[in-house]
Design a protein around this ligand. Sequence first.
Ligand SMILES: [Zn+2]
Length: 556
Amino acid sequence: MRKSLLSILLISYFFTQAQTKSLWSDDLILTPEKSNFEKTSTYGDVMNFINAIKGKSPYIQISTLGKSPMGKDIPIVILSNPSVSTPEQAKASGKPVVYIQGNIHAGEVEGKEAVMMMIRDILLGNKLSLLDNQIILFVPIYNSDGNDKMAKGLRPTQENSPLETGERENGQGLDLNRDGIKMEAPETAGLVQNVITAWDPQMSVDLHTTNGTWHAYSLTWAPSYLYAGEPGTYHYTNDVMLPAITQKIKDTYGMFFGPYGDYNTREGWPVKNFYTYNHHPRYIVNQFGLRNRMAILSEAFAHERFYQRIYSTYTFVYEILDYCNKHGKEIMQINHDADLAAVKNVLDNAGKVKKGVRYKMVPTAQKLNGFRTYDYTPFFRADGSKTLVKKGNIVTYDSVTYYGEFKDTVQSTLPRGYIIPAAQSAIADQLIKQGATVTKLEKDEKLSGEIFTVEKYDRSTRKFEGHNMASAEGKFEAATRIAKKGDYMVDLAQPLANLIFYMLEPQSDDGLLTWNFFDSYFDQNGVSTKPVEFPIFKYFSLPVPPKEKTKTKKKS
Ligand SMILES: [Zn+2]
């Protein structure tokens, strides 16, 4: 007995040694690791890593998000146990899909490296149990084109660590984190079509680096913000999951994480206000809330060294995955409930309730206490002018007002649906690209609801992402219209109701009108000289089918 047990142990010892030796190879060592963290991986380095690791584990599959504008294939690394390679297999497994994306801004490179480290540690290290209850999709290099335009000084706040990084924009010169509504980049179209619509991730994480504020958190985070979406997904992410992870990271690793924001030293010192970023669904993370799914923005602290930023991002990714591995069913249930709530709201309240279409940032009820920051002190320059200069010590301040929530400033009635005239097929196409269900009318329909008349149509003089962004002022009035055969009908009683509402409402602060989809229509109709009807009609109830029409008549 003893002898055979010993020989089994010896055999398994040598087998493990041999296996580890054969599995581990130099091409799994990442570019930063090989360069004392002076360099970040090129697109070719990432592909070499993926090719090197994919033959070493049965739990990895490679798919593609699409092609970058410069023709690079953007890889999706699928990790699962047992292995799945298609969304159908993922769905059949009953496990939640979690999506982790690095390098959307290719100057912010630690997410890319942290994701590869995580892939390596799940497949060949000691983190395989992360695949017990979830399927993980990793996209290490979302902005593949921007990544390889490496140069010094593209990220001044990162202070040459690494020495060179890629640039923020993609191969078309677009900021991929402003493209969520207009979808002009193939990366965005690929993300929506080949990740979001196909795999339906229950949790998505977008990895970034901050732009400069000297708070003293190794990493700051934000949930998919609450504005026009269902509240359940936001509250779980913001009130339950992120505080639990933040506390665990402090207790386990001694690192300080906290909510995302910037302060402005021009407001004086000590710091009084800390401001997050915008709510708009053009930001990928914020769009998920309108899709009834959870998402997290991760922002490593720009002023820490590259190796530290990789570690804080890696730690956050690990703890998010560990959390989802343990709470996946709960997360799926909350997301599913949000789907049902979005549909139910339309079925029960169409024509009766208003929802916000424009929002402003407001303070949270709770102030930030123990807020960590590098300290500042007044300093007089040689010319006598006064400024504040940063000191080397970290201090904490209480009662800092946190602008971390959003309140509506303009509202609009929730309709049962919208009619898009056949001539506006680009609008219907855009909704379909976003995953919405749009049908064509097979016959004329008389519908009651509201029409919006645009009295003032403005376009910004300054270009943003290639656009002179538009806004419309005017008024809604009750109206009845004949929708024509061949027009598009968007029944809002579908899970994407909140996203469709935000895209189609004429006064939305991040809708299709904002992004100039209606410019030519308004110009052709002379909006600069007279009021013009917005071409999308909102109806408040479905057309009554002929059979029921007779019934109703009999009753009355
Ligand atoms: Zn960024």
